[in-house]
Ligand binder design. Structure first.
Ligand SMILES: Cc1cc2nc3c(=O)[nH]c(=O)nc-3n(C[C@H](O)[C@H](O)[C@H](O)COP(=O)(O)OP(=O)(O)OC[C@H]3O[C@@H](n4cnc5c(N)ncnc54)[C@H](O)[C@@H]3O)c2cc1C
Length: 338
């Protein structure tokens, strides 16, 4: 089997296939699988374990995910994801991922946007990094056993088709330029996202969709290229020195209240603006989800506020995320830590 990509998708696919007895060749363009962009994921991973006993179920996770994807995701795949979400957590724990736990030792959860239950498993604000280290360990074990051959610093150039089926790849070494060809019974592309097509994004400029595009040119189906997540806690662009945007953890959104001044061009400091002159627009528009409305809905509402001239900060592209209540509830230290 050929697996192009060794992020969370590619590393776990390679390790699992090898466990099943397949011989795998795995490729990535970074110098190590540990540098895949999955490392940037912060907030956590959803699973319908219902540990909080708050009415969660596979169907509810399925429904929330379909809704969070603006009803455009493929339902069969989302249902499968919801079904196996519980096993994924168990697999990650077995791989040594240090998910946050209650004082008693049980795995704990936090709330995420788009859900009215608490089902997100997390490792502080570095869940992706910890998951990637777990997947990398499983991959390394299979490399050590001789079941996976790892090819870092190689870039996918082309897909080789035999009778219309993907049976091989052409790769180029990124430092020597050497081309190589590899054949297999099947090819898995796990080459990640491509947000920089929108210029600035929270993905690195290397996440550039070339592998997917080259496969698409050879006939692979490619759906919904427009549907890239616009995250509501992305910190607004601050100058032309940036090649990448920074994301605040989703865990902060579930503790804060989002608002803008009711009056256009209000230059007062936020603490000088009285309650009656603030518009908590997510709580007003979406009373049942409030500040935890799905990400696309929350981002769209923030953009509408900015487009209406109510945005704050030097660029006018920001909205306030107010922690006054959570500081009262949890103390400044806990909020600062997040
Ligand atoms: C800032 C940020 C925060 C996030 N937070 C969360 C979160 O809290 N919860 C959540 O569920 N998701 C989150 N996500 C999304 C999540 O991180 C990604 O969807 C997921 O990690 C993608 O994994 P992947 O394995 O598909 O891709 P990647 O980790 O990007 O891996 C892609 C792999 O493909 C290889 N590759 C790419 N192109 C080529 C090529 N042409 N030739 C050879 N190899 C190639 C790369 O070398 C790499 O190994 C976040 C994303 C970002 C950017």
């Amino acid at each position: 089997m050929i697996v192009v990509g060794s992020g969370l998708a590619g590393a776990s696919a390679s390790a699992t296939l090898a466990e099943l007895g397949y011989k795998v060749k795995c490729f990535c363009y970074q110098d190590s699988p540990r540098r895949a962009h999955s490392i940037a994921a912060q907030g956590g991973i959803n699973a319908a374990k219902n540990y909080q006993n708050d009415g969660d179920s596979v169907h509810r996770l399925f429904y929330d995910t379909i809704k969070g994807g603006d009803f455009r995701a493929r339902e069969a795949n989302v249902h499968r994801l919801a079904e196996i979400s519980r096993n994924i957590i168990d697999q990650c724990v077995a791989q040594g991922v240090p998910f946050a736990r209650e004082y008693s030792g049980y795995l704990t959860n936090r709330s995420f946007g788009g859900a009215q239950v608490s089902r997100t498993f997390y490792a502080r604000g570095q869940t992706g990094q910890q998951l990637l280290l777990g997947a990398y360990q499983a991959l390394s074990r299979q490399i050590g056993l001789g079941n996976v051959q790892m090819f870092p610093r190689t870039e996918f150039q082309d897909l080789v088709l035999v009778d219309g089926h993907a049976k091989g790849v052409i790769m180029r070494h990124v430092t020597t330029g050497e081309l190589s060809r590899h054949s297999a019974d099947a090819v898995i592309l796990a080459t990640g996202g491509y947000c920089p097509v929108f210029y600035l994004s929270t993905n690195a400029v290397g996440c550039n969709v070339t592998a997917t595009y080259r496969a698409h040119k050879k006939g692979a189906t490619f759906a919904n290229p427009c549907y890239t997540q616009i995250h509501p806690t992305c910190i607004p662009v601050s100058g032309d020195h940036q090649s990448k945007l920074t994301l605040m953890s989703e865990s902060l959104r579930n503790d804060g209240r989002v608002w803008v001044p009711k009056q256009k061009g209000d230059q007062r400091k936020p603490w000088d603006i009285p309650e009656a002159e603030r518009d908590y627009f997510l709580e007003r528009k979406y009373p049942s989800f409030g500040n935890l409305a799905p990400r696309d809905i929350a981002s769209r509402a923030a953009k509408e506020a900015c487009d209406a001239g109510l945005g704050v900060g030097p660029t006018g592209y920001g909205v306030f995320l107010d922690f006054a209540d959570s500081i009262q509830r949890m103390g400044e230290h806990s909020v600062k830590e997040k």
